[in-house]
Every structure is written in structure tokens, then in C-alpha cells.
Design a protein around this ligand. Sequence first.
Ligand code: NCD
Length: 314
Amino acid sequence: MAGDEPPLAKFKKRHIISMRDFTKEEIDFILEVAERLEPYARGERRSNALAGKLLANLFFEPSTRTRMSFETAMKRLGGDVLNMSGVEASSIAKGESLADTVRVISKYCDVIVLRHPKEGASRLAAEFSEVPVINAGDGAGQHPTQTLLDLYTMKKELGRLEGLKVALVGDLKYGRTVHSLAYALSLYGAEIYLVSPELLKMPPEIKEDLRGAKIHETSDVKEVISDVDVLYVTRIQRERFPDPTEYLKVAGSYRITPDMLEENERLIVMHPLPRVDEVDPEIDRTKYAKYFEQAFYGVPVRMALLVTLLEAEV
Ligand code: NCD
């Protein structure tokens, strides 16, 4: 019976485009596999489970962590990676369409990881790909693998996911990490505090989709600090502003400093990184800071996703 299928079977050759593609059970399954793979992610145990498998990184926007943690995940499990050598050096510069690029690259590899400035690019790519496409960020749209590692971090650091109180702080308009994360948190009955300058509020169509969550909205982070378990801070997405003067109106409008955190002992501070000036580096040395550990968790979580999609046994 289809309903009795293990979550693994349901993942067969599936594209990972949006958090809306996941059920809560599927998320829990990936996080459990990730936990088991942590020693491999740390290099303490070795495996060749992905030997002979090739991942193609197609990044049309800058990336450090996402691209390199996919590469680490593949290589630590014996797989290999093709990297497109930048938009300027590839046939994209000659005017090749995304559809044609994906049609061809999908014949070279077993899975494609795509980051693109246009919302919906991964969904389009999936239509032309012979192998699973993983969305590594599509404009201001979604960033599902970041959300999986964000949830993994919360589970590891706080011991649970159910009913957390999470403040999403910063650029809630253009930030794809918070668009994906808010939806996932709503599946776990979270209380979500949307904290942003007026110009960067969470778009209404995303808020409408958060039915399982209790939502509060404010522009003052100080109001929420004593209430929440997680302060999830984000960078203002400067590159997405159609008008640079709009960016200047909000640049530097919020900054988390250590003194602000003193009233809440149990709080953790997360950030998808890169940070600019929104989290004071003085916080790095405090018990609140979890963002560097969070970046590491991208490796076991992406390993879990890859072994599941590629049907490998570790
Ligand atoms: C984020 C992104 O690309 O959306 N980075 C990441 O993947 N960790 C966040 C950002 O760029 O601000």
C-alpha cells in the first residue's frame, strides 16, 4: 500500500524546489538521517556510499557555504562534483537559455544543484532535467536546503522543533531563507515573531500560508527578545532592491548587540550568513551564538538529502 511506503521510497528521483514540497514526516526523516551521518560530515567515519555519483553545481549567483557544503557532502561520501566555471566563462555568456543548459548538464550528472537570481528558475529547470534538481536559492523565492539545516540546528540546540518561539529578524521581504523557514516552522506549530523595518515586511501571500503558526509582527526587536527561543537574524538583501535609494533607507537599521540578549538566558542566535553588520561580532564568543555551528550542519543535512535522492546506503 502506498501509505505504508517508507519516506525514502517517496523521495525517489524527486526535485527539491520549495519547502511546500515536504510533509512534516519527510522533514523529520531527513533530519534523522542527518543525525546518523554527522560523524561522516565531521570526517570521523568514512564511507564510499556515493562513489560513482556526480553532482553538478550550477550557481548563477555568489555562494560560499551552500556550494561548498554540497561539495563537502558529496566528496566525504566518495562522490564527485562538477562546478560550472562561472556565468562569464560558460556558454551562458553566449546567450544560452537556462532550459538548454539544464537539458545538457543533466546528461552529465546524477543531481543538479541550482542557484539563480530569478524566482521560479528551479521549477523551470526541473521541467527540463533528467535528474533531480535541488533549489539552492531562486531569487527572493525559496531556499529549502537552508531551511532543513536551520531546523536541524534548532532541534540539536533546543532539543525539539514542536511549538518553538522564533523571531525572524531583518529582510523578510526579499529573504528567501525566511520565506522557506517560516513555512516549515508553521508545520511544527511555532509562534513566529516577524521583526522587520516597515519597508521589508513579510509579503502577505507568504503570511497567508502560515496557518499552523501564531504570528506577531513588530519593527522593534527589543520587544520580542525576552519571549523567544530563537533569534534568526538575516542580512538586508541589497542585490534584490530595484531602487538603490530604497536600500539606503533601511541600511544599518537594526543591529543585535550582546547587551540586548542579557535578559534571556535560553535564547540562541542564528543567521544563514553571510552577515554584514546586523550581528555584532562581540556575540560570536557568547553562548548565544550558534551561526557557525549552523553553517557546519549544512554538511550532514545535505548528505542526508543526497543519499536519499540518490538511493545510497551509508
Ligand atoms: C543566504 C542566501 O543565499 O539566501 N545565504 C546562504 O545560503 N546561507 C542568505 C543571504 O545571502 O543573505
